[in-house]
Design a protein around this ligand. Structure first.
Ligand code: FRU
Length: 469
């Protein structure tokens, strides 16, 4: 379909649906969500000429996956975002089934997007083109078309380019599936973003001591952190254990050392980035002040997503809050971006036995719970978090089956920081040693109810709404 026709359809969908979506009580006040339709991966996260740009996988036409557009927001401060014109529309023959995920770079001062053109054939097969688009003077993106076709030795699942500049060259990592259906990460190099050389496979199922490790790896991201290189990726097809890999698909990382010339990446074990019910396809960027920030999709591509109640109001999914990454003793520590502290209002502090604790309104709030003892927290009647010994257990009723489901973290808990926003909870454990991110649909206004016979310290702020201006 032509770009104009697709844009008209999208516009009609937004005009017809945005009032209802905006009035949904589960609409977040300080997280990013699509005006209508389905949002998934964050794309093209970058600070360009001082301003943050964040794009997103978007189906404006329905709460369903399909031929994705790139929506676009920008912000001066990571708090107040403004809508920008839709950046990419799947109108060309090299992207008939979606302008899939990718990244952004500043090339000679110009904001430049590198994304995957996804093409499906009637027989069910597919191919993928890695494509380029450059911002013009009107803030629109002119497509330059494919810059890297499907390489030999891989199925049509080659996608999600993340590009960065290093030592006089551009580099790209791509998620891929080889012909024996093993998930891989490919490394490529270019001098001009237009012609790319495939250097090799730097990680994947069966490589570097990994056994079977999934049939496809999506959304790779590679960056230096504290003298190491970190590879984030989303392997699909890992078998669930009792405590790990419990979501349909995983998002995690390896810490290692990338040899850019030999295209090797010696690395340690895979660690999950988030232990909650909804977290996938994160992307990072380096800020002008040297911080590595991460934003993820607070969703998982599986059948359960379509049981979320916001679909009745024509929108589905949100992104996570921006998080600052550091590396401590080989582990990624995630903390809410410091900018978020500006949203804090009306601090309240309380100390005593958990059973006697007040029940603060956590609809849009930040809550700290400091304790070394057992307790149980009920979040608005839709999710509980209980701590017993070294086990921290998050529980909710599965929205599809109605059966209880759990996510678990094990360790010595000192402190929890819970960021809540109408229908999401991001639980930071011990100042970011682990995070559990989930959507939840509480009775509103949502109240936190604590139970337990031990001392706790509670600190609570309500958070100001701010997202879209
Ligand atoms: C991850 C993903 C990507 C793909 C995009 C399509 O959620 O499947 O691999 O580019 O979403 O929307």
């Amino acid at each position: 379909m032509t770009e104009t026709r697709l844009l008209k359809k999208a516009l009609r969908s937004v005009v017809a649906g945005q009032v209802r979506a905006a009035a949904d009580p589960y609409r977040p006040g300080w997280h990013l969500a699509p005006p209508v339709g389905l949002l998934n991966d964050p794309n093209g996260f970058i600070q360009h000429n001082g301003r943050f740009h964040l794009f997103y996988q978007w189906n404006p036409l329905a709460c369903a996956h399909g031929a994705k557009f790139w929506g676009h927001w920008s912000s001066a401060d990571l708090l107040h975002w403004q809508h920008e014109p839709v950046a990419l529309v799947p109108s060309e023959e090299f992207e008939t089934h979606g302008c899939y995920s990718g990244s952004a770079v500043t090339d000679n001062g110009q904001l430049t997007l590198i994304y995957t053109g996804n093409v499906k054939y009637p027989d069910g097969s597919r191919t993928a083109f890695q494509c380029l688009a450059r911002e013009n003077a009107e803030g629109q993106f002119d497509k330059a078309g494919p810059v890297f076709n499907l390489p030999q030795g891989y199925t049509g699942h080659v996608r999600d380019p993340k590009v960065w500049w290093h030592d006089k060259h551009w580099y790209m990592v791509l998620g891929a599936q080889d012909l024996s259906l093993k998930g891989k990460v490919l490394l490529l190099r270019s001098d001009n973003l237009l012609a790319w050389d495939l250097l090799g496979e730097i990680a994947g199922s069966g490589l570097y001591g990994l056994g079977e490790f999934g049939y496809m790896w999506e959304c790779p991201d590679l960056f230096p952190l504290a003298g190491h290189d970190v590879l984030i990726c989303c392997p699909q097809g890992l078998a669930a254990g009792s405590d790990r890999y419990l979501n349909t698909f995983q998002a995690g990382y390896f810490v290692g050392q990338l040899d850019y010339d030999k295209a090797t990446f010696a690395h340690g074990d895979f660690a999950e980035l988030d232990l909650g019910f909804e977290f996938y396809a994160p992307q990072t960027t380096l800020t002008d002040d040297g911080r590595r920030l991460l934003i993820g999709w607070m969703g998982i591509p599986d059948g359960d997503e379509f049981y979320q109640p916001t679909i009745q109001n024509g929108w589905l999914h949100t992104l996570t809050c921006p998080r600052e990454l550091t590396l401590v003793a080989g582990k990624i520590i995630q903390q809410p971006a410091r900018e978020l502290q500006q949203l804090r209002r009306n601090v309240q502090e309380w100390q005593g036995v958990a059973d006697n604790a007040p029940s603060p309104d956590i609809t849009k709030a930040e809550t700290e719970i400091v304790t070394e003892h057992a307790f149980c927290a009920d979040f608005g009647g839709d999710m509980t978090l209980s701590r017993d010994g070294e086990c921290l257990r998050l529980t909710r009723k599965n929205r599809r089956t109605g059966l209880p489901e759990h996510r678990v973290w094990r360790g010595r808990l000192r402190k929890l920081t819970v960021l809540s926003d109408a229908s999401s909870l991001e639980i930071f454990i011990n100042d970011g040693e682990a995070v559990m991110s989930s959507r939840y649909f509480p009775v509103l206004p949502a109240q936190l109810n604590l139970r337990g016979s031990h001392q706790i310290t509670l600190r609570h702020w309500s958070l100001a709404e701010c997202v879209i201006e």
